[in-house]
Design a binder for this molecule. Structure first.
Ligand SMILES: [Fe+2]
Length: 581
């Protein structure tokens, strides 16, 4: 059975005389539900256009078999003015998920929707359709990286409190595939958030079980019910550092990886409210959304459809000198055949950017695009950020001592003499090496293709705004091409619950480390390495404003909003600037 059932399909089936059979079978199907069954995974909506909206739910039946679920969309929460309604059948083939494309709606309209099976009603969801023509403002919440065992999804709850969002952009790692008790799971047992199933996810049943667990989370359900999502996957919907034919921690062969990927993507389309770009093809999710004449949003897939395997510093490291062979690295990095998007998606994106007419062209995608080069020992993983800072300080003190600097204090002398054996020739040489890409899984690992996107934006005078997730940290970057011209700006969101760079930093040195990294990386304008949160990006004709919202804890459901930093871009190709409101 096609896992996607639209209003169009229903009408077509009814026209063929199938509808009556569905309705009568539906009455039987609903009697299969027990008192414990029902709509346990909430409701969701997604992929809004100016006339259509995907609405989603899941029915939990007591017995196997087809179940008919009716649905309705109204302009009021009391469902007095129903605009469209219908029935659809679900069963085990689609894990009892229900996905309907509610078509023929009005632009810029708030709608309410719900589902019914037997006497059971789902909760009520609400969502807006997109505008046409002139628009004053578009406001999007950007979220990514929700690791269930790491902590409570307070970030989803906080995002649900923002009343005037046009949509949520979820940039991936909606689930994590790890075995119970592994990644970021120290507090899982005490929080009652141990992963289900217990094993790492490999087959369809595994992925479905994990989605079901996430979708029972009350904060995630609340956000889904409040606002339409526009989803793309990152790597953990399949496996860590997924690329076209494999993944970092997937040790099996290509054939088994393809079977795993197919299972993961089937569950993804079943459980998330996105409209298949190409029904029947679960590999394709790149697509565009038009928010009137203000914003064209292009959602990308940087994982599944075309990504070449990530380069690995282990393959460029001289094990004796601990030095990276940078010449060979740069040749491989800048190979014109090296691809992140794949040629088909890249050409689609370039053509779409050229033909789009809205004020702001926005890329919603997974990995950091801004150039982030850090000292070689950090990037190659030989020193943690804290170790590098400590050794670098000691080395500069040692140099001042050798130069007989009279301002050196007694305690500085002591620190150097106590650590003298750590400042070997090799270490001092390492500290002075040129910077190299920090993350070869991000766009820094695919610079040739990044430059093609920049040149398209530059040649067509495009106001480019890139949104990213993946890193578990919040960033604002200038996007600068190889000629040194600022092409656009990037706002990258922190995570819902997954740990960030703070795990690599001595406790108490987080703020200092952030300042140091912002100073060290030319194009980096803002960084938060320690707080879980999300980003609200607001577009108007004059500016793009980015507000970072953080929660003070994920270890309790009692939380408060921590800080919200505000940045804005006044017009195209300007650096993010701090504002006070
Ligand atoms: Fe993540």
């Amino acid at each position: 059975m096609n896992q996607f059932f639209s209003r169009r399909d229903f009408l077509a089936m009814s026209a063929k005389g199938v509808g009556a059979a569905v309705i009568s079978y539906g009455l039987m199907g609903c009697t299969h539900t027990s008192d414990k069954a029902g709509f346990l995974h909430g409701v969701a909506s997604g992929d809004p256009t100016d006339s259509d909206l995907i609405i989603w739910t899941r029915i939990t039946p007591k017995n196997e078999g087809d179940v008919v679920v009716s649905w309705e969309v109204a302009t009021d929460a009391d469902f007095k003015t129903i605009i469209t309604n219908g029935e659809t059948t679900t069963n085990a083939d689609r894990d009892y998920t229900v996905k309907v494309d509610a078509i023929g709606l009005e632009a810029s309209q708030q709608y309410f929707y719900r589902f019914k099976c037997g006497k059971k009603y789902s909760e009520i969801g609400k969502a807006k359709t997109l505008a046409v023509g002139s628009v004053d403002q578009v406001k999007l919440a950007i979220l990514s990286c929700a690791n269930f065992p790491a902590g409570h999804f307070n970030v989803y709850k906080l995002a649900a409190e923002i009343g005037d969002l046009d949509a949520v952009l979820h940039l991936g790692d909606y689930i994590y595939e790890y075995r119970n008790g592994t990644y970021a799971s120290e507090n899982a047992k005490s929080l009652g958030r141990e992963s289900k199933p217990n094993n790492e996810l490999f087959n369809l049943a595994d992925y479905r079980t994990r989605y079901a667990q996430y979708k029972e989370d009350p904060s995630l359900k609340l956000l889904h019910a409040n606002v339409a999502f526009i989803n793309v996957w990152d790597d953990h919907e399949i496996s860590d550092n997924t690329w076209l034919e494999g993944a970092k921690s997937h040790v099996d062969d290509k054939e088994n990886f393809n079977a795993r990927k197919e299972a993961a993507l089937q569950a993804y389309f079943e459980w998330l409210p996105l409209r298949p770009a190409n029904p029947g093809n679960n590999n394709e999710i790149y697509r565009s959304f038009k928010f009137g004449d203000l914003v064209d949003l292009h959602m990308l897939d940087t994982r599944v459809i075309g990504r070449d395997k990530q380069l690995d510093y282990q393959n460029y490291l001289n094990w004796n000198t601990k030095v990276i062979d940078k010449e060979r690295l740069y040749v491989d990095l800048h190979d014109s055949n090296r691809s992140m998007l794949g040629s088909e998606q890249l050409h689609w994106l370039q053509n779409t950017l050229v033909s789009s007419t809205s004020k702001w062209q926005v890329l919603g995608q997974q990995v950091l695009m801004g150039k982030t080069y850090l000292p070689e020992p950090i990037s190659s993983g030989q020193l943690s950020i804290s170790e590098y800072i400590e050794l670098n300080n000691l080395a500069s003190l040692n140099q001042r001592i050798n130069q007989n600097d009279i301002n050196i204090t007694a305690s500085e002398h002591l620190a150097v003499s106590e650590n003298k054996e750590r400042l070997t020739e090799n270490v001092i040489a390492q500290l002075t090496m040129p910077e190299i890409p920090f993350n070869l899984d991000a766009w820094d690992g695919y610079p040739y293709e990044r430059e093609l996107i920049y040149s398209t934006a530059k040649a067509n005078d495009i106001n480019l705004v890139v949104l990213a997730g993946d890193t578990h940290n919040a960033w604002a970057n200038d996007l600068v091409d190889e000629q040194g011209d600022v092409i656009g700006v990037e706002f990258a969101t922190s995570s819902v619950s997954s740990p960030g760079l703070e795990v690599d930093v001595v406790e108490g040195e987080e703020n200092f480390t952030e300042e140091m990294l912002v100073n060290m990386v030319d194009d980096l304008k803002y960084l938060n390495i320690k707080d879980r949160g999300f980003t609200v990006v607001t577009f108007t004709e004059e500016q793009v404003k980015s507000d970072w919202h953080y929660v003070d804890t994920i270890l309790s459901t009692q939380f408060s909003e921590n800080i919200a930093r505000h940045y804005s871009v006044i017009s195209k190709a300007e650096s993010p600037k701090i504002t006070n409101n």
